[in-house]
Design a protein. Structure first.
Length: 154
């Protein structure tokens, strides 16, 4: 019987990709259910990067279509998009959050630009001014989110 139960548990771990191992603790008759639920919810909310920078970056880039996001690696890449009133220019933005710290040097934004010339999209120089403005907007929003959370805790 014990051998059969072990095989079922191992199969369950393999099928779930080991992602649900914390939920197995809910079968422990000696565990405090409230603590288990709190631990599981904390584990689900873990990001590889600063959560305030992550949320602020997603918020500030919400006007652009997203091509890919990686919350563990801290990378957000938008798709090419034209701004209102400028149909012959397109922009693509990449955001890299480099740490779990909430600091300016933990954020890197690059704005790529391409222009329409003779019916063909041609890459132009990255827009450093716009990159700096987006970085500042993300940092400002992240600080606001952090202060809001601090106030809510007190």
């Amino acid at each position: 019987m014990n051998r059969h139960l072990s095989a079922i548990l191992i199969a369950g771990l393999i099928v779930s990709g080991c992602s649900g191992t914390a939920s197995w603790s809910s079968f422990n008759p000696f565990s405090d259910d409230k603590k288990v639920v709190e631990e599981e919810s904390r584990q689900e909310q873990v990001l590889g990067v600063n959560p305030y920078l992550w949320q602020a970056a997603l918020s500030k880039l919400s006007f652009m279509p997203l091509a890919s996001t990686d919350s563990v690696g801290g990378v957000i890449v938008t798709d090419w998009a034209a701004m209102d009133g400028i149909p012959d220019e397109q922009f693509k933005i990449t955001v890299n959050i480099l740490s779990r710290n909430l600091r300016a040097d933990c954020l890197k934004v690059v704005v790529f630009k391409r222009v329409l010339r003779d019916g063909t999209w041609v890459n132009d120089e990255p827009d450093k001014r716009l990159s700096g403005e987006i970085e500042q907007a993300i940092l400002t929003q992240a600080r606001k989110l952090y202060r809001r959370d601090l106030a809510a805790r007190n």
